[in-house]
Design a protein around this ligand. Structure first.
Ligand code: UFG
Length: 348
């Protein structure tokens, strides 16, 4: 029997490159499609080197329906994992139309093209951002979604709703079962770390917005010091709490999710899972953990809170464990070492 073929969109990015590796190692054929607007072909080379395969890379803008159709004519896909999206929260506030057009538009054209070609299974990369500041922690999949505090966050909510509605409509009573759409939205908490080979990792452009790339660049001397945004939160050490999930564990969640659909193991045709560790870690714990894991110093200063930041967000991972059969396995120390290895090889 031939391997199942999975389309991954936005394939030259951080999460996607690790997911592509995990899919290939699990025996899938992968086709990577990306317009390279916000990523580099270097990530695809890394995937090829790690897996020893010549994984096809197709330069396609998912918003371009004709190009997407042409792609589906050339390959017979069994499923798709949709990552293609802009993800800078601040930029989305300044350029909302760009974000709605790209993030929502590309998902709509993917779903329409899948319908056209009878491709049924899709994983959507969502985010814990849909919870905002949860009233009760840890956040479960049933926790209410809060009004988004950025257009970026809104696009994640809208795309989840589009998927839910499309799955409901295309599986309605009387419709042919084999034509129905099935979907899983994975709500990522804070993905960090890099592949153990250090051949792929996170490659922020310009000054990093996220904590780990800022820490690694500070440890490497590229930045003078880290600004810790706020130490007056209602948390044990006053700094904000997050759920940092290893990128390789996160990648495996996608393999499990697509396999669940392909093997008809879903309980409902649309499902949502939190993908995190279930363990809250403060900004200062992460900084000091990084220093200990790698034997380096990370100079920092405490500054004002960053507008729009939540105080504490972490996952209830029970559903992913019991239903999906997935849980995080890497220790934070392992993950923080991989981040540093990746940063160090960037200099070479
Ligand atoms: N932080 C600092 N200094 C920095 C960068 C971050 O103290 O230089 C703090 C933040 O204030 C926050 C924590 O580190 O408390 C984590 O910040 P990140 O930017 O790494 O991650 P966020 O939790 O803010 O962002 C995540 C995802 C985004 C998503 C966002 C929505 O990475 O993609 O949640 O809230 F949009």
């Amino acid at each position: 029997m031939s391997n199942k073929t999975i389309l991954v969109t936005g394939g030259a990015g951080y999460i996607v490159s690790h997911t592509s590796v995990a899919l290939i190692e699990a025996g899938y054929d992968v086709v990577i499609a990306d317009d390279l607007s916000n990523s580099s072909a270097g990530a695809v080379d890394g995937v090829r080197r790690i897996t020893g395969t010549d994984v096809p890379f197709e330069r396609v803008d998912c918003n371009d329906r004709a190009a997407l159709r042409e792609l589906f004519e050339r390959y017979r896909f069994d499923g798709a994992i949709h990552f293609a999206a802009f993800k800078a929260v601040g930029e989305s506030v300044d350029e909302p139309l760009k974000y709605y057009d790209n993030n929502v538009g590309s998902f709509l054209s993917l779903l329409e093209t899948m319908r056209l070609f009878g491709v049924r299974n899709v994983v959507f990369s969502s985010s814990a951002t849909v919870y905002g500041q949860p009233d009760v922690l840890p956040a479960t999949e049933a926790s209410p979604r809060k009004p988004a505090n950025s257009p970026y966050g809104a696009t994640k909510q809208i795309c989840e709703d589009i998927l839910r509605d499309a799955v409901a409509a295309y599986n309605s009573a009387g419709g042919p079962e084999e034509e129905g759409l099935r979907g899983i939205a994975l709500r990522y908490f804070n993905p960090i770390g890099a592949h153990p080979s250090a051949l792929i990792g996170e490659l922020p452009r310009g000054v990093p917005n996220n904590l780990i790339p800022y820490i690694t660049q500070t440890a490497a001397g590229i930045r003078a010091e880290l600004s810790v945004f706020g130490d007056d939160y209602h948390t044990p050490d006053g700094t904000a709490l997050r759920d940092y999930i290893d990128i390789n564990d996160l990648a495996l969640a996608h393999v499990t999710a697509i396999g669940r659909m392909l093997n008809d193991r879903q309980r409902q045709n649309y499902e949502v899972f939190n993908i995190g560790t279930g363990v809250p870690v403060s900004v200062l714990e992460l900084v000091h953990g990084f220093e200990r894991a790698n034997g380096v110093k990370v100079p920092y200063k405490i500054v004002a809170r960053r507008p729009g930041d939540a105080e504490a967000v972490w996952a209830d991972t029970t559903l992913a464990a019991t239903e999906l059969g997935w849980r995080a396995t890497r220790t934070l120390e392992q993950t923080l070492r991989s981040s540093w290895r990746w940063e160090q090889q960037l200099k070479k």
